[in-house]
Design a protein around this ligand. Structure first.
Ligand code: PLP
Length: 395
C-alpha cells in the first residue's frame, strides 16, 4: 500500500473543512491593512463595518433569513448555548427541553447541565436507521415553556431529522424550536423563510470558512438572552469586538455555498454513493449505518464487523487517507459513540464504524484510491482480529 500522489485524501469534512481559496483571499485584507475596529466612527472603522454588514447579508441569504436575524458568534457550540441557556434564563425551572439521544455534545451536554440545575429534559430516541419519530415528541407535554432542540443533520451518520414536521409541531403547541444545523448548512438547502423556527445554529469551519466563527439565526420577535454582557456589538446580543476577518470569510463561504449547492450536491452524492457501494460489495463484514436516503449527500458511515475502527483509521492514515471513527469529539474514548449506541448498533459493528465525509474538494481519484485500498486493509485486520473465527476467515 503506497501513499497516493503524496497528497492527503481528506474524507473527514464533518470534523472540519478546508478553507476555500476565495474565503482566504477575502479575509486577507482584514488581517493586514484593514485593521480598524468596526465600532470606531473614523474611516478605518467605517470601511470595516460595511464588510460585516455584507457578510451578514450573505449568511442570511444562504438560509433564507433577514440580515437582522443573524448574530455572529465564535462557533456552533456558542450558538447552540445562546439559544438553549437563554431559554432557561427566561423561563427558570419551568423550562422544559425536548431533544434527542443523538445530539452533538454542543447540545447534549448543555441540556444535561440544565437538567442538573433542575430543568425537565426529555431525550427522545431514534430507530435503528437513526431516524426520529415526531409522534414520540408529540406525545410529550409541550407548552410555551418548552424548547424543542433537535439537530438538522447528524454529524456521525448524516441522517436528517424531520425539521419541517418539528416546526409544524412547535407552531401547533406554542413551543420554541431551536435546530443545530451545523452539519446541514452549506450541504443541503436550508430555508428558515419557509420553516417557522426560532433559532438555528451554524458554524464556519464546517462550510469552508475558518474555525472560530459561527452564527445564530434568531427569528424576528424571538427572545434572546445573551450569554455574555459587554458592549453594543451585535446589538448587545453577542458583545465583544468582532472577529472581522473570520466574519468576512464566513460571508464569502456562504455565498460560494449558495452558488454551488445544487451542483456540488449532485457530484458529492454520486461520489459518496460509489464509495459506499464499493465498500459494501468488496469489504468483508461491511454494513452501512444510518438511513440510506434520509441523510446528507456527503456522509457515509460504514462498519466493518469485528475490527477496531481505530485500527482502520491508522492504516488509512498510513496511505494518506483521513477519515474518522465516530465524531472527532469522541475520539480518544474506546467506547462506541453515543450515536451508535442510541441506534442500537451491535457492539462489534458500532466499534468498527468509520465515517467518510466528502466535500467539494473530494475527487473521483480520491474515491478510487479508497475503494482500491480498503478491501486489503480490512482483510489484513480481520486476519489478526480475535473476534473472527477460522470459519469466518475462510468464507
Ligand atoms: N453541532 C454539530 C452537529 C457539530 O457537528 C458540531 C461540530 O462538530 C458542533 C455542533 C459544534 O460546532 P463548533 O465546532 O463550531 O463549535
Amino acid at each position: 500500500m503506497k501513499e497516493s500522489k503524496n497528497r492527503m485524501i481528506y474524507l473527514d469534512n464533518n470534523a472540519t473543512t478546508q478553507v476555500a481559496p476565495e474565503v482566504i483571499e477575502a479575509m486577507l485584507p482584514f488581517l493586514g491593512e484593514r485593521y480598524g475596529n468596526p465600532s470606531s466612527i473614523h474611516r478605518f472603522g467605517g470601511m470595516v463595518r460595511k464588510h460585516i454588514d455584507r457578510a451578514r447579508e450573505q449568511v442570511a441569504a444562504l438560509i433564507g433569513a433577514a440580515p437582522s436575524e443573524i448574530v455572529f458568534t465564535s462557533c456552533g457550540t456558542e450558538s447552540d448555548n445562546i439559544a438553549i441557556q437563554g431559554m432557561r434564563a427566561r423561563h427558570g425551572n419551568q423550562t422544559r427541553f425536548v431533544t434527542s439521544t443523538v445530539e452533538h455534545p454542543a447540545v447534549r451536554n448543555v441540556c444535561r447541565r440544565m437538567k442538573e440545575r433542575g430543568v425537565e429534559v426529555h431525550e427522545v430516541g431514534v430507530d435503528g436507521d437513526g431516524r426520529l419519530d415526531v409522534e414520540q415528541v408529540r406525545a410529550l407535554p409541550l407548552d410555551e415553556h418548552t424548547m424543542l432542540t433537535f439537530m438538522w443533520a447528524n454529524n456521525e451518520t448524516g441522517v436528517l431529522f424531520p425539521i419541517e414536521q418539528l416546526a409544524a409541531l412547535a407552531g401547533e403547541r406554542g413551543c420554541s424550536l431551536h435546530t443545530d444545523a451545523v452539519q446541514a448548512v452549506g450541504k443541503i438547502p436550508v430555508d428558515v423563510g419557509s420553516l417557522p423556527m426560532d433559532y438555528l445554529a451554524l458554524s464556519g469551519h464546517k462550510l469552508h470558512a475558518p474555525k472560530g466563527v459561527g452564527a445564530l439565526y434568531v427569528r424576528t420577535g424571538a427572545a434572546l438572552e445573551p450569554l455574555m454582557y459587554g458592549g453594543h456589538q451585535e446589538d448587545g446580543r453577542r458583545p465583544g469586538t468582532e472577529n472581522v476577518a473570520s466574519i468576512v470569510g464566513l460571508g464569502v463561504a456562504c455565498e460560494v455555498a449558495q452558488r454551488a449547492l445544487d451542483e456540488e450536491n449532485r457530484h458529492v452524492r454520486a461520489m459518496r454513493d460509489r464509495l459506499e457501494r464499493e465498500l459494501l460489495a468488496h469489504c468483508a463484514g461491511a454494513k452501512r449505518n444510518g438511513h440510506p436516503a434520509e441523510r446528507l449527500p456527503n456522509t457515509a458511515n460504514v462498519s466493518f464487523e469485528f475490527i477496531e475502527g481505530e485500527a482502520i483509521l491508522l492504516l488509512l492514515d498510513e496511505i494518506g487517507v483521513a477519515a474518522s471513527s465516530g465524531s472527532a469529539c469522541t475520539t480518544g474514548s474506546l467506547e462506541p459513540s453515543h450515536v451508535m449506541r442510541a441506534m442500537d448498533i451491535p457492539y462489534t459493528l458500532a466499534h468498527s464504524s468509520i465515517r467518510f465525509s466528502l466535500s467539494r474538494y473530494t475527487t473521483d481519484e480520491d474515491i478510487d484510491t479508497v475503494v482500491r485500498e480498503m478491501p486489503t486493509i480490512i482483510e489484513r485486520l480481520r486476519g489478526i482480529s480475535p473476534y473472527v473465527t477460522q470459519t469466518e476467515r475462510s468464507k
